[in-house]
Design a protein around this ligand. Sequence first.
Ligand code: R5P
Length: 257
Amino acid sequence: MDWGMKNRMSRLIKSDDERAVWLAIDHGYFLGPLSKLEEPAKTIKPLAPYADALMLTRGILRNCVDAGLDLPMILRVSGGNSIVGPALSNESIQTSVEEAIRLNASAVAFSIYVGTEHEHQTLIALGNLVNEAQRYGIPVLAVTAVGKELEKRDARYLGLCCRIASELGAQIVKTYYCEDFGKVVKSCPVPLVVAGGPKLKTGMDVLGLAHAAVNEGAAGVDMGRNIWQSDNAVGMIRAIRKIVHENASVKEASKLL
Ligand code: R5P
């Protein structure tokens, strides 16, 4: 690995514990102003001190994040779809690698839609993005998107998606937690981070998910709604940090909620 790539990776996943807590706030690119993310600057400000990186689009980065903030940025570079459009999987590159460099991004993120009518389009675009980002030492985070079919989140399907993403060159893969998650981890040769998905019933469920994911081999979380839609968002991200970086139990971490 070249120095630039190594340096960016080490800012994203710290070498002391090889773990990470990333705050995902990129949802507006296809969901619009969803609850508790209507004014991104207000959502980001209190949570940023507890995040190891922010995952977001260029529009939110430029307009809602202080340029003096010393945090690595994971720039979502795909889009072109919406929750009300005909096919959520019809996503492609909409932000160039040149733009990612201009914005000093530490990684670029792209969603793949395996098993959909746009599988080929998104997988080829992932390969092309890796080719270009590699030229400049920028890691690619592949997101194994499931669109509206949340029931797809099982180890067989996610294992397939994660493995394909890593084979096509993604340096990090983001997926969902599922039963038998350890199998997904074992068959993916690059670090995996988990999304939270739609808001879970209780805060303990969220902590349980984070705890299980890291204990089964995830490098950490790249979580959005279950943090900033929580009634105690700061408490939630701090509790998740305690689990991810301090190996705390769910019970111990829940004292921060
Ligand atoms: C898709 O909407 C984005 O990549 C999100 O960043 C991802 O789903 C993680 O956010 P959440 O934890 O809300 O699922």
